[in-house]
Design a binder for this molecule. Structure first.
Ligand SMILES: Nc1ncnc2c1ncn2[C@@H]1O[C@H](COP(=O)(O)OP(=O)(O)OP(=O)(O)O)[C@@H](O)[C@H]1O
Ligand SMILES: [Mg+2]
Length: 1078
C-alpha cells in the first residue's frame, strides 16, 4: 500500500514562531524571547526565511535519527518544523534537480556548533544521496576526513573543548545523478601560535595528546617520545586532560580514519614523526654565551634533544645547531651572517616549530584532497560547506582576530548581497513591485581593511616591507595617518576620532567599528605575525633533512631555487584566499546556518539572554529579518496555500477544480482580506503582514476542529454501520451454522433413537426366538432327561439287587435287629422285681436305645403297677381311694399329713355296735356310720377341751357325750360350709356352719383330733357324694370362726415344749383364740 502522505506545515504545532519573519512585533526582545521559548522546548532550529538559526543545545537530542532523515527527505522546506536537515535537503535537491551549485555557510562564534552543523549537513547528504560500493567508499572517505583534520586542527579552548583552530571550506562534488564523486578541502589560517603557547586553561592541538596517550610503547620508542605530558614544554599541563574526552581512543579513531582516507602506513608514520619533532623542538633550550667582540651569542643547553630530533628527521646535527645560532641575510650576491642572541634563538626555534606544524597541516589537507578528489573529469555539481570561525571579540584582540573579523565582514557582505539579490530576483520573477530596503552595507568596513592602497592590510604589508626599523608602533602611526578620517576607525591619535579624549581607548591600540560591534585591537605582534618570518638558515636546514616529508615542506630551502623576493605576508595571503573564497561563493546558491551559543558554560538548558543578544547583534539577524520582510513577510506557492486554507471557503472546499491561483483569489475574497495585505505573484501569494497569516491560521485551526468533529461523526456512523452490517452478516452465518448444527444434532438423535428402537425390537424378537428355541431345547432335554431317568430307574430297579451300595444298609438293619434282639433277650434276664416301688432298672446297654430303654422302663412300671392293683379287693380299693383323696387334699399343704400316710383309715374307731354303753346311741342312728371317733371339742368360751363322740353319717354330723352316749348336737351336712385348719403339725380344726341354720345357733365348732386327715377326707368325700358340692377346706394359720354373734380369730403360734407335744388352746379375748403348737 502506498504510504499515505501527510501534508503538514511549518505552521503546525509551532512553538513561538518557527520563522522569525512571522514575529510580531519584531524587536530584539521578541526575537530573543522567541529563540528562548523554542530552545526551552528543545526546538533549537528557527528560520529566518531560508536561513537556519541553530542554538547549541550542548547535549544530544534525538532529532538526528535515521527516521528523522527519512522524515525530511524530499519534503518542502516549510513543510516540517525547522531543522538543519530541511536546509540540507533543500540544498541537495536544488543541486541535484535544478543543477544549481550550492554553498552552505555556517557561521557563529566559537562553540556555537558550526563544526557539528557542518558534520550534520554532510551526514544528511551522505544518507540521502545514492548508494553503491564505490559511492559508499567516497562518502566514507569524505566523512572520515573530519576526524583527521580535527585531530590536527582542533584544540580545547576555554570556549569549546573541540574548537576548530582553522577555517575550513569543503567542496563536495556530485555527478549529474547526485551521487558524490569526491571533494576538495580548503583550509584557512591555522592558529599556529597555539603550537608553542596556549592561553591559560587551553590545550595544544589534540594530536599531541592523542599521540602520547594512544601510541603503543614501540611507536613511542621509535618516535623517541615518553608518555608523559609534563616532559614537553609545548604542552600546557593544567588542562592536559579534558573531561569526557578519551585521547587514546581518539588516537585509534584518527589512525583508522587516516587509513580509510588513504594514507599509506609510511605516510602516517612520517606525519607522526613530524609531530614528534615539533614536540621535541620545544624542549631545546638556549643559554647565553658572550663573545669577545661584544655580540650576544646563544648556545644549546642540552644537545641530547637536538640529537634525537636530528635522528628522527635525518638532519645533520651540525647544520641544525648552526641554524639555531646564525642568521644569514642574502642580498645581491652578498651573504651576511649574524649571530642570534638567546631571545632570537628561542624566536627561531618557535618559528620553526610553528612553520613545521602549519606546513604539515597544509600538507595533510592536500594529501586528503588527493585521496578524495573526484576521479573523473565529467562536469560536477558542487556543494560547498564553509565552517569558519565567527566573529571574535575578546579582551585582547590581536592580528588573528583582526583577520578573522575581516573574513566575517566579507561573509556578511556576501550574505547581504546574496539575500537582497535573491529577494529582488524573486520579486522580479514573481512580477511584484520592488520596494527599496534600507539596510546597513558593510562594504565600507571591508574597504577600510582590504583597500589596496590605503587599507589596513595594505598598510601593514607596506610597513613590513619598508626598510629601516619597523615596529608595531610605527605601523599604528601609519594607520593613524591614513585612516584617521575613516568613520569606522578609531584610535587615540586619530584626528577625527570622536573619542579622542576617551581614556577607555588605550595606547598602541586601534578600534574598528565592525558591522557586528566595535573591536579594540592590540597592535603588538601585528608586524611579526604578518611577516611570519622563518630564518632562511632554518628552512635550508629543513630542506636538507633526510626525512622526505619534512624536506618537501620547505621547498624554499632549496639553495638552487633561491628566491630573493620576500614571501607573501600572512595578511596578503589571507586576503587573497578570502577573495578566492568570496568569488567561489558568489557563483553558488547560498544557504545559511547561523549558529548561536546559548551560554558560556558549555551547559545544557541555560539560555543567557545577554550572550545571545550580543550574538544576534553581530550576526545581524534582526537586519536579516527586516531584509526578508521588506515588502512582504510571507510568501507561499499557490498550490500549498490553497491546500492549506481551502477549507475556509465553501467554493474551494473540498475540491477546487480550477487553477490554484484562481482558487486562492476566491478564497481571499471570501475571507475579506484587505487587498493591500497581499499581492499575487506568478507562482506565489505574497502576504504583507504576519498578522494576516496568523488570522488565516486561526481560522484554519477553528475550521479543522469543526472538520475533525465532522469526520469523527461520519467515521463513527460509518464504523457503527459497518459494525452493524458485519454483526448482521455474522448473525446470519452463525444462525445458519447453528440451524445446521441443530438439525444435524436432531437428525443424529433421531437416527440414534431409531437405531435403539430397532435394536430393542430386534433384540426382543431375537430373545423371543431364543426363548422358544430354549424352551424347545429344554423340552427336548427334559424328555431326554426323563427318558434317561426312567431308563436309569428301570435299570437301577432291575440291577438294584446287585448294587453293593445297598449291602451297607442291609447289614446295618440286620445288625440293628440283632442288637435289639440281644437287648431284649438280655433285658428278660435282668428284669427287676414286680414291686411298684422298686426303683431299680438295668443300665442301658446301647447308647442308641436310650429312649426305648426309658419307654420300656415306663411301660414295665405301669404294667407291674397294674399287676399290683389287680390284687386289691373292693374294700382295699375304697381305702386307697380315700388315701388318694387325702393325698390330693393335704399333700405339701399340711405338716401333719405325712404322719397320716402310714395309718390305715379305720373310720369306726369306737365300736358302737359292740359296746353296750352306746346302745341307745346306736339305736338313735339308723344310717350307716362312716366315722365314730372321740375328739376334743374346744370350749368356745375359754378354749378348754372336752371329749365328745364324733359321728359322721351319710347325711349328718353328730356330737355325743362320750360317757353317756347322748347326742349333743346334730348338724346336717348341707349346713357345713367349710373346714379350717392350720398348716402345722396339729390336730385342730374348725367346722363352719351355714349362717342362720339351726345348728349354727351356738356358732362354729372347734375340735382337736389325732385323725384329723382321715376325718377331713371322709367329711369331704361324704359331702361330695351326698350334696354334690365340694367342701371348702381352708388351710391357714389364722382364720375366723363364728361364736354365737362374735367373729373370733383363731391364731396358731409357736408354743414352748414344756406342755409336751399337746397343743394348748387359750381364749385370749372375745376376738382372739390362741393355739400354741409345739
Ligand atoms: N546540534 C548539536 N547537538 C548537540 N551538541 C552540539 C550540537 N552542536 C554543537 N554541540 C556541542 O557543542 C560543542 C561545540 O560545537 P562545535 O565544535 O561545532 O563548535 P564550533 O562552532 O565549531 O566552535 P569553534 O569555532 O570553536 O570550532 C560540540 O562539541 C558539541 O558538544
Ligand atoms: Mg568548529
Amino acid at each position: 500500500m502506498a504510504k499515505m502522505e501527510v501534508k503538514t506545515s511549518l505552521l503546525d504545532n509551532m512553538i513561538g514562531v518557527g520563522d522569525m519573519v512571522l514575529l510580531e512585533p519584531l524587536t530584539e526582545e521578541t526575537f530573543i524571547h522567541n529563540l528562548k521559548k523554542r530552545f526551552d522546548h528543545n526546538e533549537i532550529y528557527t528560520y529566518i526565511g531560508s536561513v537556519v538559526i541553530s542554538v547549541n543545545p550542548y547535549r544530544s537530542l534525538p532529532i538526528y535519527s535515521p527516521e528523522k532523515v527519512e522524515d525530511y527527505r524530499n519534503r518542502n522546506f516549510y513543510e516540517l518544523s525547522p531543522h538543519i536537515f530541511a536546509l540540507s535537503d533543500e540544498a541537495y535537491r536544488s543541486l541535484r534537480d535544478q543543477d544549481k551549485d550550492q554553498c552552505i555557510l555556517i557561521t557563529g562564534e566559537s562553540g556555537a556548533g558550526k563544526t557539528e552543523a557542518s558534520k550534520l549537513v554532510m551526514s544528511y547528504v551522505a544518507a540521502v544521496c545514492g548508494k553503491g560500493a564505490e559511492v559508499n567508499q567516497v562518502k566514507e572517505q569524505l566523512l572520515q576526513s573530519n576526524p583527521v583534520l580535527e585531530a590536527f586542527g582542533n584544540a580545547k579552548t576555554v570556549r569549546n573543548d573541540n574548537s576548530s583552530r582553522f577555517g575550513k571550506y569543503m567542496d563536495i562534488e556530485f555527478d549529474f545523478k547526485g551521487d558524490p564523486l569526491g571533494g576538495v578541502i580548503s583550509n584557512y589560517l591555522l592558529e599556529k601560535s597555539r603550537v608553542v603557547k596556549q592561553p591559560r586553561g587551553e590545550r595544544n592541538f589534540h594530536v599531541f595528546y592523542q599521540l602520547l596517550s594512544g601510541a603503543s610503547e614501540e611507536l613511542l620508542e621509535k618516535l623517541k617520545l615518553e608518555r608523559d605530558f609534563s616532559r614537553y614544554n609545548y604542552l600546557s599541563l593544567d588542562s592536559a586532560r579534558v573531561n569526557g574526552v578519551d585521547d587514546a581512543a581518539n588516537f585509534r579513531t584518527v589512525r583508522n580514519a587516516m587509513q580509510i582516507v588513504g594514507f599509506m602506513d609510511h605516510e602516517a608514520e612520517a606525519v607522526l614523526e613530524v609531530v614528534a619533532a615539533v614536540l621535541k623542538l620545544g624542549n631545546i633550550e638556549f643559554k647565553p654565551e658572550s663573545r669577545v667582540n661584544g655580540l650576544d651569542e646563544s648556545k644549546i643547553k642540552d644537545k641530547n634533544e637536538l640529537k634525537e630530533i636530528c635522528e628522527l628527521t635525518g638532519i645533520d646535527q651540525a647544520v641544525l645547531e648552526r641554524a639555531f645560532s646564525f642568521r644569514t641575510v642574502e642580498a645581491k650576491q652578498e651573504k651576511v651572517s649574524t649571530t642570534l642572541n638567546v631571545a632570537q634563538a628561542y624566536y627561531a626555534r618557535d618559528a620553526l616549530a610553528k612553520n613545521l606544524y602549519s606546513r604539515l597541516f597544509s600538507w595533510l589537507v592536500n594529501r586528503i584532497n588527493e585521496s578524495i578528489k573526484a576521479q573523473t573529469k565529467v562536469r560536477k555539481k558542487v556543494m560547498g560547506v564553509l565552517d569558519i570561525y565567527g566573529f571574535e571579540i575578546f579582551e585582547d584582540n590581536s592580528f588573528e582576530q583582526f583577520i578573522i573579523n575581516y573574513c566575517n565582514e566579507k561573509l556578511q557582505q556576501i550574505f547581504i548581497e546574496l539575500t537582497l539579490k535573491e529577494e529582488q530576483e524573486e520579486y522580479i520573477r514573481e512580477d511584484i513591485e520592488w520596494t527599496h530596503i534600507d539596510y546597513f552595507n558593510n562594504a565600507i568596513i571591508c574597504d577600510l581593511i582590504e583597500n589596496n592602497t590605503n587599507g589596513i592590510l595594505a598598510m601593514l604589508d607596506e610597513e613590513c616591507l619598508r626598510p629601516g626599523t619597523v615596529t608595531d608602533d610605527t605601523f599604528l602611526e601609519k594607520l593613524n595617518q591614513v585612516c584617521a578620517t575613516h568613520q569606522h576607525f578609531e584610535s587615540r591619535m586619530s584626528r577625527c576620532s570622536r573619542f579622542l579624549n576617551d581614556t577607555s581607548l588605550p595606547h598602541s591600540c586601534f578600534r574598528i567599528q565592525h558591522y557586528a560591534g566595535k573591536v579594540l585591537y592590540q597592535v603588538e605582534g601585528f608586524v611579526d605575525k604578518n611577516n611570519d618570518l622563518l630564518y632562511r638558515d632554518l628552512s635550508q636546514a629543513m630542506w636538507k633533512a633526510g626525512h622526505t616529508l619534512i624536506k618537501s615542506l620547505f621547498p624554499e630551502g632549496n639553495p638552487t631555487k633561491i628566491n630573493l623576493k620576500r614571501p607573501p605576508t600572512a595578511g596578503s595571503q589571507f586576503k587573497a584566499s578570502v577573495a578566492t573564497l568570496m568569488k567561489n561563493l558568489q557563483t553558488k546558491n547560498p544557504n545559511y546556518i547561523r549558529c548561536i551559543k546559548p551560554n558560556d558554560k558549555k551547559a545544557a538548558h541555560i539560555f543567557s539572554e545577554a550572550l545571545v543578544c550580543h550574538q544576534i547583534r553581530y550576526l545581524g539577524l534582526l537586519e536579516n529579518v527586516r531584509v526578508r520582510r521588506a515588502g512582504y513577510a510571507f510568501r507561499q506557492a499557490y498550490e500549498p496555500c490553497l491546500e492549506r486554507y481551502k477549507m475556509l471557503c465553501t467554493q474551494t472546499w473540498p475540491h477546487w477544480r480550477g487553477p490554484a491561483r484562481a482558487g486562492v483569489e476566491v478564497l481571499f475574497n471570501e475571507l475579506e482580506i484587505p487587498v493591500e495585505e497581499y499581492s499575487f505573484g506568478r507562482s506565489k501569494i505574497f502576504i504583507r503582514n504576519p498578522r494576516t497569516l496568523f488570522k488565516l491560521e486561526d481560522l484554519r485551526k477553528q475550521r479543522l476542529e469543526d472538520l475533525a468533529t465532522l469526520i469523527q461523526k461520519i467515521y463513527r456512523g460509518w464504523k457503527c454501520r459497518t459494525h452493524f452490517l458485519l454483526m448482521r452478516k455474522s448473525q446470519i452465518v452463525v444462525a445458519a451454522w447453528f440451524r445446521r448444527y441443530a438439525q444435524q444434532k436432531r437428525y443424529q438423535q433421531t437416527k440414534r433413537s431409531a437405531l435403539v428402537i430397532q435394536s430393542y425390537i430386534r433384540g426382543w424378537k431375537a430373545r423371543k426366538i431364543l426363548r422358544e428355541l430354549r424352551h424347545q431345547k429344554r423340552c427336548e432335554e427334559a424328555a431326554t432327561t426323563i427318558a434317561a431317568y426312567w431308563h436309569g430307574t428301570q435299570v437301577r430297579r432291575e440291577y438294584r439287587k446287585f448294587f453293593r451300595a445297598n449291602a451297607g444298609k442291609k447289614i446295618y438293619e440286620f445288625t440293628i435287629q440283632r442288637i435289639m434282639q440281644k437287648y431284649f433277650l438280655e433285658m428278660k434276664s435282668k428284669m427287676p422285681s414286680l414291686s411298684p416301688i422298686d426303683k431299680n432298672w438295668p443300665p442301658r446297654p446301647f447308647l442308641f436305645l436310650d429312649s426305648t430303654h426309658k419307654e420300656l422302663k415306663r411301660i414295665f412300671h405301669l404294667w407291674r403297677c397294674k399287676k399290683y392293683r389287680d390284687q386289691f379287693t373292693d374294700q382295699q380299693k375304697l381305702i386307697y381311694e380315700e388315701k388318694l383323696e387325702a393325698s390330693e387334699l393335704f399333700k405339701d399343704k399340711k405338716a401333719l399329713y405325712p404322719s397320716s400316710v402310714g395309718q390305715p383309715f379305720q373310720g369306726a374307731y369306737l365300736e358302737i355296735n359292740k359296746n353296750p354303753k352306746y346302745k341307745k346311741l346306736k339305736d338313735a342312728i339308723d344310717e350307716k356310720i362312716i366315722i365314730a371317733e372321740v375328739v376334743n371339742k374346744i370350749n368356745r368360751a375359754n378354749g378348754k377341751s372336752t371329749s365328745r363322740i364324733f359321728l359322721l353319717t351319710n347325711n349328718n354330723l353328730l356330737l355325743a357325750d362320750q360317757k353317756s352316749g347322748q347326742i349333743k348336737s346334730e348338724v346336717p351336712l348341707v349346713d357345713v360350709t367349710k373346714v379350717s385348719m392350720s398348716s402345722q403339725n396339729d390336730g385342730f380344726f374348725a367346722i363352719h356352719l351355714k349362717e342362720g341354720s339351726e345348728a349354727a345357733s351356738k356358732g362354729d365348732f372347734l375340735f382337736s383330733s389325732d385323725h384329723l386327715i382321715e376325718m377331713a377326707t371322709k367329711l369331704y368325700r361324704t359331702t361330695l357324694s351326698q350334696t354334690r358340692q365340694k367342701l371348702n377346706i381352708e388351710i391357714s394359720d389364722e382364720f375366723l370362726v363364728q361364736f354365737r354373734q362374735d367373729k373370733v380369730c383363731v391364731k396358731f403360734i409357736q408354743g414352748n415344749q414344756k406342755n409336751g407335744s399337746v397343743p394348748t388352746c387359750k381364749r385370749k379375748n372375745n376376738r382372739l383364740l390362741e393355739v400354741a403348737v409345739p
